[in-house]
Design a protein around this ligand. Structure first.
Ligand SMILES: *Cc1c(COP(=O)(O)O)cnc(C)c1O
Length: 424
């Protein structure tokens, strides 16, 4: 085991209670299991799937109070639903568990969405207007890149894409271009597992009054809590590790400014209409209860797989921040509990080598996506990036023999055996 990254969440940390209702929950998994749950009026153990589009009033006056905001309560499921609330409150509790910023415990509020992309869309509409710009890193999730480079520009929202690991360059851009209003970061990022320094970037952004959003999908709050460094928004595709089993699409937008979340953000999210659905929220809630034990196993397996691949004669390079060879290892050490379960590696035999390897897999699964219990492998050059020109691909570190891998929670020997026979 690599001792540089201690995997336990519960050792040697001060207990900071950010959500008063969680005052009996002092350990990570206790929060993951219990936080966000409200006692059911019918004594159901688990939150029911509230498959109801609207909510009723005892009398007309109650409807008045609900609509005017004088009384808390649900109105219409596009605006909110009890099953969504449990998921929202659980993720907010995990993203702020033991988190202090400037000496005070951080509170956060989240709005569950239909997908990660829906949450990112709400974020962009909420924070940007015509003439504004986004500053971001060149290694981004494909859908986010499409949104920033193709969908937003015709609406008058521009972007500057740079290498955010170069802090001097980031500062230079923020100082010279005052139309930059949002710093959008994703760390670790696809597919080279590049990391950017959340703390230093958030400090720079606050000097120039620029909002910061961080896509925390690859890390999960178990491995990294961006609110610790003063970012304003955290986004997840809950489709991935938070759900954990690949059973539903979902996303969440969380903000440290809870007032903003209850007012302007709530209005925006409900009007844009990218709301979640109760069944997917239910799958998410139950998946999150095992987040810690899954992540610990994912991470232990990933480190072993990385060492195995690094020493394999068919592999020319392994991109994993748990290895000394990764250029961003120190940034990962600073802000992550462990480098996580995502990695990529290059096969010496290029495109055909990649296709042959993928075809020989017996247990590991050939597919895109990530965050499931199963080990998933994809070959961008023959799959997701098949039609992208070579120069364009290489800009993002996608070589012909690159394989992306989500290391699952199966028995490690079975994973290694499958990879080994497929690499022959
Ligand atoms: C999958 C993913 C998204 C998009 O989420 P969807 O749920 O597919 O809409 C955004 N960011 C990252 C890092 C992702 O992996």
């Amino acid at each position: 085991m690599d001792k540089s990254f201690p995997l336990s969440a519960d050792a040697h940390e001060d207990i900071i209670i950010n959500h008063p209702e969680d005052s009996v929950l002092s350990g990570w998994s206790s929060v993951a299991v219990h936080s966000g749950h409200k006692k059911d009026p019918n004594y159901a153990h688990l939150v029911p799937i509230y498959a109801s589009s609207t909510f009723v009033y005892d009398e007309a006056e109650q409807g008045m109070r609900r609509f005017s905001g004088k009384e808390e309560g649900y109105i219409y499921s596009r605006w909110g639903n009890p099953t969504f609330s449990e998921a929202e409150n659980k993720i907010a509790a995990l993203e702020t568990f033991r988190v202090k910023y400037n000496g005070s415990p951080v509170q956060a509020k989240g709005i569950l969405h239909a997908s990660g992309m829906a949450a990112i869309t709400t974020l962009m509409v909420a924070t940007l207007k015509q003439g504004d710009k986004i500053l971001t890193h060149f290694s981004l999730y494909g859908g986010t890149e499409e949104l920033i480079t193709n969908i937003l520009p015709p609406l008058g929202i521009g972007h500057t894409i740079t290498d955010l690991r170069d802090l001097n360059k980031a500062e230079d851009l923020l100082r010279k271009d005052r139309s930059i209003r949002l710093l959008y970061i994703e760390t670790p990022a696809n597919p080279t597992i590049q990391c950017v320094d959340i703390e230093e970037l958030a400090k720079l952004a606050s000097q120039y009054n620029v909002l910061v959003a961080c896509d925390n999908t690859f890390a999960t709050p178990y491995l990294q809590q961006p609110f610790r460094y003063g970012v304003d928004f955290v986004i997840h595709s809950t489709t991935k590790f938070l759900n954990g089993h690949g059973t539903a699409i979902g996303g969440i937008l969380l903000a440290r400014n809870t007032e903003l979340m209850k007012t302007r953000l709530r209005v925006l999210a409900k009007t844009l209409g990218g709301n979640a659905n109760p069944f997917d929220a239910f799958m998410l809630i139950n998946g999150m209860k095992t987040l810690e034990i899954r992540m610990v196993r994912h991470c232990q397996n990933a480190l072993e797989v990385a060492h195995f691949l690094e020493n394999h004669p068919s592999v020319s390079k392994v991109n994993y921040t748990g290895l000394e060879s990764h250029p961003d290892r120190n940034i990962a050490l600073k802000q992550m509990r462990h480098p996580g379960a995502m990695m990529s590696f290059e096969l010496k035999k290029g495109l055909q080598g990649g296709i042959d390897f993928m075809n020989k897999l017996k247990m590991c699964v050939r597919t895109v996506s990530l965050g499931t219990c199963d080990t998933l492998l994809s070959h961008p050059a023959s799959m997701t990036h098949y039609s992208v020109p070579k120069e364009e691909k290489e800009k993002y570190g996608i070589t012909d023999g690159l394989i992306r891998m989500n290391v699952g929670i199966e028995n490690i020997q079975d994973i290694l055996n499958d990879l080994n026979q497929a690499l022959k």
